[in-house]
Design a protein around this ligand. Structure first.
Ligand code: F6P
Length: 379
Protein backbone atom coordinates (compact mmCIF):
# COMPACT_ATOMS: atom_id res chain seq x y z
CA UNK A 1 0.00 0.00 0.00
CA UNK A 2 1.25 3.46 -0.86
CA UNK A 3 2.50 5.44 2.14
CA UNK A 4 0.91 8.83 2.60
CA UNK A 5 3.50 11.62 2.74
CA UNK A 6 3.10 14.66 4.96
CA UNK A 7 6.55 15.82 5.84
CA UNK A 8 9.87 15.46 4.07
CA UNK A 9 13.44 16.48 4.86
CA UNK A 10 16.45 17.18 2.71
CA UNK A 11 20.16 17.63 3.09
CA UNK A 12 23.11 18.52 0.88
CA UNK A 13 26.39 16.62 1.39
CA UNK A 14 29.89 16.49 -0.10
CA UNK A 15 31.46 19.39 -1.98
CA UNK A 16 29.23 22.20 -3.24
CA UNK A 17 28.42 23.08 -6.82
CA UNK A 18 26.20 25.50 -8.67
CA UNK A 19 22.60 24.37 -9.00
CA UNK A 20 22.15 23.04 -5.46
CA UNK A 21 19.92 25.97 -4.51
CA UNK A 22 17.94 25.44 -7.71
CA UNK A 23 17.30 21.85 -6.60
CA UNK A 24 16.35 22.90 -3.06
CA UNK A 25 13.96 25.51 -4.46
CA UNK A 26 12.34 23.01 -6.83
CA UNK A 27 11.86 20.42 -4.08
CA UNK A 28 10.35 22.94 -1.67
CA UNK A 29 8.07 24.50 -4.29
CA UNK A 30 6.77 21.19 -5.67
CA UNK A 31 6.37 19.67 -2.19
CA UNK A 32 4.39 22.65 -0.91
CA UNK A 33 2.51 23.80 -4.00
CA UNK A 34 1.74 20.45 -5.61
CA UNK A 35 1.38 18.24 -2.54
CA UNK A 36 0.95 20.51 0.50
CA UNK A 37 3.74 18.68 2.34
CA UNK A 38 5.95 20.29 4.97
CA UNK A 39 9.68 20.48 4.35
CA UNK A 40 12.67 20.83 6.64
CA UNK A 41 16.35 20.96 5.71
CA UNK A 42 19.16 19.56 7.87
CA UNK A 43 22.09 21.96 8.02
CA UNK A 44 25.67 21.09 7.11
CA UNK A 45 24.90 17.72 5.52
CA UNK A 46 24.88 14.60 7.72
CA UNK A 47 26.31 16.59 10.61
CA UNK A 48 22.98 18.45 10.91
CA UNK A 49 21.05 15.20 10.74
CA UNK A 50 23.14 13.78 13.59
CA UNK A 51 23.11 16.94 15.72
CA UNK A 52 19.46 17.68 14.86
CA UNK A 53 20.32 21.07 13.39
CA UNK A 54 17.67 21.98 10.87
CA UNK A 55 15.60 24.78 9.38
CA UNK A 56 12.05 24.93 8.17
CA UNK A 57 11.97 25.32 4.40
CA UNK A 58 8.96 27.23 3.12
CA UNK A 59 8.26 29.50 0.16
CA UNK A 60 9.82 32.50 1.96
CA UNK A 61 13.04 30.68 2.87
CA UNK A 62 13.73 29.72 -0.71
CA UNK A 63 12.81 33.05 -2.24
CA UNK A 64 15.74 34.66 -4.08
CA UNK A 65 18.11 31.66 -3.96
CA UNK A 66 17.59 30.26 -7.48
CA UNK A 67 20.58 31.88 -9.14
CA UNK A 68 22.99 31.62 -6.22
CA UNK A 69 25.77 29.02 -6.25
CA UNK A 70 26.43 26.94 -3.13
CA UNK A 71 23.65 25.78 -0.82
CA UNK A 72 21.61 27.64 1.77
CA UNK A 73 21.71 24.45 3.84
CA UNK A 74 25.53 24.32 3.82
CA UNK A 75 27.32 21.01 3.47
CA UNK A 76 30.25 18.89 4.57
CA UNK A 77 32.28 16.14 2.95
CA UNK A 78 33.50 14.72 6.25
CA UNK A 79 30.57 13.37 8.23
CA UNK A 80 30.01 9.69 7.54
CA UNK A 81 27.48 8.78 10.26
CA UNK A 82 28.22 5.09 9.79
CA UNK A 83 31.87 5.79 10.70
CA UNK A 84 31.76 9.01 12.66
CA UNK A 85 34.76 10.45 14.51
CA UNK A 86 34.01 10.89 18.23
CA UNK A 87 36.16 11.28 21.33
CA UNK A 88 35.80 8.35 23.76
CA UNK A 89 35.86 8.55 27.58
CA UNK A 90 39.71 8.36 27.56
CA UNK A 91 39.96 11.36 25.24
CA UNK A 92 40.93 9.15 22.30
CA UNK A 93 39.47 9.73 18.82
CA UNK A 94 37.51 6.70 17.68
CA UNK A 95 35.07 5.97 14.82
CA UNK A 96 31.51 4.94 15.75
CA UNK A 97 28.30 4.13 13.90
CA UNK A 98 25.94 6.93 15.01
CA UNK A 99 23.33 6.37 12.30
CA UNK A 100 20.66 5.30 14.83
CA UNK A 101 20.82 8.77 16.41
CA UNK A 102 20.15 10.30 12.98
CA UNK A 103 17.26 7.89 12.45
CA UNK A 104 15.81 8.81 15.85
CA UNK A 105 15.94 12.48 14.79
CA UNK A 106 14.06 11.68 11.60
CA UNK A 107 11.42 9.80 13.60
CA UNK A 108 11.05 12.62 16.11
CA UNK A 109 10.36 15.07 13.28
CA UNK A 110 7.87 12.62 11.67
CA UNK A 111 9.86 12.63 8.44
CA UNK A 112 8.23 10.39 5.84
CA UNK A 113 11.03 10.69 3.28
CA UNK A 114 14.55 12.08 3.11
CA UNK A 115 16.06 13.61 -0.04
CA UNK A 116 19.84 13.31 0.00
CA UNK A 117 21.71 15.46 -2.51
CA UNK A 118 25.34 14.54 -2.87
CA UNK A 119 28.19 12.78 -4.61
CA UNK A 120 29.50 9.28 -4.25
CA UNK A 121 30.39 9.45 -0.52
CA UNK A 122 27.10 11.11 0.47
CA UNK A 123 25.04 8.71 -1.64
CA UNK A 124 26.88 5.70 -0.20
CA UNK A 125 25.50 6.72 3.18
CA UNK A 126 22.10 7.32 1.53
CA UNK A 127 22.22 3.68 0.43
CA UNK A 128 23.06 2.63 3.99
CA UNK A 129 20.13 4.63 5.42
CA UNK A 130 17.86 3.02 2.82
CA UNK A 131 19.14 -0.39 3.92
CA UNK A 132 18.08 0.56 7.46
CA UNK A 133 14.52 1.22 6.28
CA UNK A 134 14.59 5.00 5.73
CA UNK A 135 12.63 6.25 2.72
CA UNK A 136 15.47 7.82 0.79
CA UNK A 137 15.60 9.51 -2.61
CA UNK A 138 19.06 10.45 -3.88
CA UNK A 139 20.03 13.28 -6.20
CA UNK A 140 23.56 13.22 -7.68
CA UNK A 141 25.58 16.43 -7.71
CA UNK A 142 29.08 17.20 -8.87
CA UNK A 143 30.97 19.55 -11.12
CA UNK A 144 32.97 16.51 -12.28
CA UNK A 145 30.02 15.00 -14.21
CA UNK A 146 31.37 11.53 -13.40
CA UNK A 147 28.35 9.94 -11.70
CA UNK A 148 27.54 6.60 -13.30
CA UNK A 149 24.06 6.12 -14.82
CA UNK A 150 23.25 9.78 -15.32
CA UNK A 151 24.14 11.71 -18.44
CA UNK A 152 24.68 15.03 -16.75
CA UNK A 153 24.87 16.53 -13.27
CA UNK A 154 24.03 20.13 -12.39
CA UNK A 155 27.04 22.28 -11.54
CA UNK A 156 29.04 20.87 -14.43
CA UNK A 157 27.97 23.37 -17.07
CA UNK A 158 28.50 26.37 -14.78
CA UNK A 159 31.99 25.05 -13.99
CA UNK A 160 32.62 24.71 -17.75
CA UNK A 161 31.68 28.36 -18.20
CA UNK A 162 34.32 29.35 -15.63
CA UNK A 163 36.94 27.25 -17.42
CA UNK A 164 36.04 28.67 -20.83
CA UNK A 165 36.16 32.25 -19.56
CA UNK A 166 39.52 31.61 -17.85
CA UNK A 167 40.98 30.17 -21.04
CA UNK A 168 39.66 33.16 -23.00
CA UNK A 169 41.42 35.46 -20.54
CA UNK A 170 44.63 33.44 -20.66
CA UNK A 171 44.75 33.73 -24.45
CA UNK A 172 45.26 37.49 -24.48
CA UNK A 173 48.02 37.47 -21.90
CA UNK A 174 49.68 34.38 -23.42
CA UNK A 175 49.67 36.06 -26.83
CA UNK A 176 51.06 39.33 -25.50
CA UNK A 177 54.05 37.64 -23.85
CA UNK A 178 54.60 34.68 -26.20
CA UNK A 179 54.09 32.36 -23.26
CA UNK A 180 53.03 28.80 -22.61
CA UNK A 181 50.04 29.05 -20.29
CA UNK A 182 48.82 26.07 -18.30
CA UNK A 183 45.37 25.98 -16.70
CA UNK A 184 44.84 23.20 -14.14
CA UNK A 185 41.18 22.34 -13.65
CA UNK A 186 39.29 19.97 -11.35
CA UNK A 187 37.43 16.77 -12.19
CA UNK A 188 38.98 14.04 -10.03
CA UNK A 189 39.54 10.92 -12.14
CA UNK A 190 37.34 12.08 -15.01
CA UNK A 191 38.54 14.44 -17.73
CA UNK A 192 35.19 16.00 -18.68
CA UNK A 193 35.90 19.46 -17.31
CA UNK A 194 39.30 19.69 -19.00
CA UNK A 195 38.01 18.22 -22.25
CA UNK A 196 34.80 20.19 -22.77
CA UNK A 197 36.16 23.33 -21.09
CA UNK A 198 39.37 23.02 -23.10
CA UNK A 199 37.57 22.65 -26.43
CA UNK A 200 35.21 25.55 -25.63
CA UNK A 201 38.13 27.71 -24.48
CA UNK A 202 40.23 26.85 -27.52
CA UNK A 203 43.09 25.12 -25.70
CA UNK A 204 45.90 23.84 -27.92
CA UNK A 205 46.69 20.88 -25.66
CA UNK A 206 44.25 19.06 -23.39
CA UNK A 207 45.57 16.57 -20.85
CA UNK A 208 43.06 14.26 -19.18
CA UNK A 209 43.29 11.20 -16.89
CA UNK A 210 41.91 8.91 -19.59
CA UNK A 211 44.83 9.66 -21.96
CA UNK A 212 48.19 9.55 -20.13
CA UNK A 213 50.55 12.11 -21.60
CA UNK A 214 54.11 11.95 -22.87
CA UNK A 215 55.89 15.18 -21.89
CA UNK A 216 57.96 15.17 -25.07
CA UNK A 217 54.80 15.07 -27.19
CA UNK A 218 53.35 17.99 -25.24
CA UNK A 219 56.59 19.91 -25.85
CA UNK A 220 56.45 18.97 -29.55
CA UNK A 221 53.06 20.72 -29.87
CA UNK A 222 54.60 23.87 -28.38
CA UNK A 223 57.50 23.65 -30.87
CA UNK A 224 55.21 22.96 -33.83
CA UNK A 225 53.08 25.99 -32.99
CA UNK A 226 56.13 28.17 -32.42
CA UNK A 227 57.66 27.14 -35.74
CA UNK A 228 54.52 28.05 -37.65
CA UNK A 229 54.34 31.45 -35.98
CA UNK A 230 51.98 30.86 -33.04
CA UNK A 231 54.36 31.86 -30.29
CA UNK A 232 52.00 31.06 -27.46
CA UNK A 233 50.42 27.78 -26.40
CA UNK A 234 47.47 27.17 -24.09
CA UNK A 235 47.34 23.89 -22.16
CA UNK A 236 44.29 22.78 -20.20
CA UNK A 237 45.20 19.99 -17.77
CA UNK A 238 42.88 18.00 -15.55
CA UNK A 239 43.96 17.56 -11.91
CA UNK A 240 43.73 13.80 -12.49
CA UNK A 241 46.00 13.76 -15.56
CA UNK A 242 49.07 11.57 -15.34
CA UNK A 243 52.24 11.09 -17.37
CA UNK A 244 52.62 7.80 -19.25
CA UNK A 245 55.42 6.78 -16.92
CA UNK A 246 53.90 8.09 -13.69
CA UNK A 247 50.84 8.34 -11.51
CA UNK A 248 48.36 11.02 -10.42
CA UNK A 249 49.64 13.93 -8.34
CA UNK A 250 48.13 13.91 -4.86
CA UNK A 251 47.79 17.22 -3.04
CA UNK A 252 46.54 15.88 0.28
CA UNK A 253 44.91 12.94 2.03
CA UNK A 254 41.83 13.85 4.05
CA UNK A 255 41.31 10.82 6.29
CA UNK A 256 37.92 11.95 7.59
CA UNK A 257 36.43 12.27 4.14
CA UNK A 258 34.76 9.22 2.54
CA UNK A 259 36.68 10.19 -0.57
CA UNK A 260 40.04 10.79 1.05
CA UNK A 261 42.38 11.58 -1.87
CA UNK A 262 42.62 15.24 -2.94
CA UNK A 263 44.23 15.56 -6.35
CA UNK A 264 46.14 18.66 -7.40
CA UNK A 265 49.58 19.84 -8.43
CA UNK A 266 50.01 18.12 -11.79
CA UNK A 267 49.98 21.53 -13.50
CA UNK A 268 53.02 22.51 -11.47
CA UNK A 269 54.78 19.29 -12.40
CA UNK A 270 54.01 19.94 -16.06
CA UNK A 271 55.24 23.54 -15.85
CA UNK A 272 58.56 22.43 -14.33
CA UNK A 273 59.03 19.75 -16.99
CA UNK A 274 58.24 22.15 -19.85
CA UNK A 275 60.51 24.78 -18.34
CA UNK A 276 63.42 22.36 -18.84
CA UNK A 277 62.46 21.18 -22.33
CA UNK A 278 60.86 24.21 -23.99
CA UNK A 279 62.54 27.27 -22.51
CA UNK A 280 66.09 26.41 -23.65
CA UNK A 281 64.81 26.00 -27.24
CA UNK A 282 62.26 28.79 -27.77
CA UNK A 283 62.93 31.00 -24.76
CA UNK A 284 59.22 30.96 -23.88
CA UNK A 285 58.19 31.37 -20.26
CA UNK A 286 55.85 28.78 -18.80
CA UNK A 287 53.14 30.04 -16.43
CA UNK A 288 50.61 28.08 -14.41
CA UNK A 289 47.14 29.08 -13.27
CA UNK A 290 45.26 26.70 -10.99
CA UNK A 291 41.59 27.53 -11.29
CA UNK A 292 40.54 25.78 -8.07
CA UNK A 293 37.30 26.55 -6.28
CA UNK A 294 36.20 29.30 -8.66
CA UNK A 295 34.89 26.38 -10.74
CA UNK A 296 32.42 25.51 -8.01
CA UNK A 297 31.10 28.96 -7.19
CA UNK A 298 29.43 32.00 -8.65
CA UNK A 299 26.10 32.55 -10.29
CA UNK A 300 24.40 29.40 -11.56
CA UNK A 301 24.08 29.43 -15.35
CA UNK A 302 20.91 28.94 -17.41
CA UNK A 303 21.45 25.25 -18.02
CA UNK A 304 22.08 24.33 -14.38
CA UNK A 305 19.08 26.36 -13.15
CA UNK A 306 16.85 24.37 -15.48
CA UNK A 307 18.59 21.05 -14.77
CA UNK A 308 18.42 21.60 -11.00
CA UNK A 309 14.71 22.32 -11.31
CA UNK A 310 14.16 19.09 -13.22
CA UNK A 311 16.14 17.01 -10.71
CA UNK A 312 14.31 18.56 -7.72
CA UNK A 313 10.76 18.26 -9.02
CA UNK A 314 11.35 14.69 -10.22
CA UNK A 315 12.62 13.71 -6.74
CA UNK A 316 9.34 14.99 -5.29
CA UNK A 317 7.36 12.94 -7.83
CA UNK A 318 9.37 9.88 -6.81
CA UNK A 319 8.48 10.45 -3.16
CA UNK A 320 4.80 10.84 -4.04
CA UNK A 321 5.04 7.51 -5.92
CA UNK A 322 6.94 5.89 -3.02
CA UNK A 323 9.93 5.11 -5.24
CA UNK A 324 12.50 4.89 -2.47
CA UNK A 325 16.12 3.72 -2.33
CA UNK A 326 16.55 5.23 -5.78
CA UNK A 327 18.55 8.09 -7.31
CA UNK A 328 17.27 10.53 -9.92
CA UNK A 329 19.09 10.31 -13.23
CA UNK A 330 18.90 11.63 -16.76
CA UNK A 331 18.82 8.89 -19.39
CA UNK A 332 18.42 9.56 -23.11
CA UNK A 333 17.74 13.17 -22.13
CA UNK A 334 14.74 12.17 -19.96
CA UNK A 335 14.26 12.06 -16.20
CA UNK A 336 14.45 8.55 -14.75
CA UNK A 337 15.83 6.77 -11.69
CA UNK A 338 18.10 3.85 -10.69
CA UNK A 339 18.63 1.96 -7.44
CA UNK A 340 21.22 3.82 -5.38
CA UNK A 341 22.86 0.42 -4.68
CA UNK A 342 23.81 0.18 -8.34
CA UNK A 343 25.72 3.42 -8.62
CA UNK A 344 27.56 4.20 -5.39
CA UNK A 345 30.95 3.14 -4.13
CA UNK A 346 33.22 4.61 -6.80
CA UNK A 347 35.23 6.62 -4.19
CA UNK A 348 38.87 7.12 -5.01
CA UNK A 349 39.09 4.32 -7.51
CA UNK A 350 36.30 5.54 -9.75
CA UNK A 351 34.83 2.02 -9.62
CA UNK A 352 31.31 1.00 -8.59
CA UNK A 353 29.87 -2.49 -8.22
CA UNK A 354 28.38 -2.14 -11.68
CA UNK A 355 31.33 -0.85 -13.59
CA UNK A 356 32.54 2.51 -12.48
CA UNK A 357 32.51 6.24 -12.74
CA UNK A 358 31.46 7.90 -15.99
CA UNK A 359 34.77 8.79 -17.58
CA UNK A 360 35.78 10.15 -20.97
CA UNK A 361 35.98 7.67 -23.83
CA UNK A 362 39.43 8.37 -25.34
CA UNK A 363 38.01 7.36 -28.73
CA UNK A 364 34.71 9.24 -28.32
CA UNK A 365 33.27 11.88 -30.63
CA UNK A 366 34.57 14.93 -28.80
CA UNK A 367 38.15 13.66 -28.51
CA UNK A 368 38.05 12.84 -32.24
CA UNK A 369 36.64 16.27 -33.17
CA UNK A 370 39.27 17.94 -31.01
CA UNK A 371 42.03 15.99 -32.74
CA UNK A 372 40.54 16.89 -36.14
CA UNK A 373 41.01 20.58 -35.39
CA UNK A 374 44.59 20.10 -34.23
CA UNK A 375 44.16 19.88 -30.45
CA UNK A 376 46.67 17.42 -29.05
CA UNK A 377 46.38 15.14 -26.00
CA UNK A 378 50.04 14.40 -25.32
CA UNK A 379 49.79 10.87 -26.71
O1 F6P B 1 34.24 16.42 -6.75
C1 F6P B 1 34.24 17.81 -6.87
C2 F6P B 1 35.59 18.37 -6.59
O2 F6P B 1 35.56 19.76 -6.78
C3 F6P B 1 36.71 17.75 -7.42
O3 F6P B 1 36.75 18.23 -8.74
C4 F6P B 1 37.91 18.07 -6.57
O4 F6P B 1 38.94 17.16 -6.78
C5 F6P B 1 37.37 17.93 -5.17
O5 F6P B 1 35.97 18.12 -5.25
C6 F6P B 1 37.95 18.91 -4.16
O6 F6P B 1 37.45 18.59 -2.91
P1 F6P B 1 37.58 19.53 -1.63
O7 F6P B 1 36.41 20.49 -1.65
O8 F6P B 1 37.46 18.60 -0.48
O9 F6P B 1 38.88 20.23 -1.71
Amino acid sequence: MRQEIKRIALLTGGGDCSGLNAVIRAIVKSAILKHKWEVIGFKGGYHGLYMDEYMKLDLQTISGIFHQGGTILKMSNKDNLFKYKVTDENGKEVYKDVSDIAIANLKRHNIDALVIIGGDGTLTSARDFARKGINVVGIPKTIDNDVPATEITFGYRTALDHIMQSLDALHTTAYSHDRVMILEVMGRNAGWLALEGGVAGSADVILIPEIPYDINKVAQTVFDRYNRGSKFTIICISEGAKPVDGDVTIKAIDKDSPDSIRLGGVGDLLAKQLEKIVKPVTGQDIRLTTLGYIQRGGVTNTFDRVLGTKYGSYAVDMIANNEFGRMVIIKNDRMDSVRIEEVVGSGNTGQTSTGGARIVNPHGDLVCSARDIGITFGD
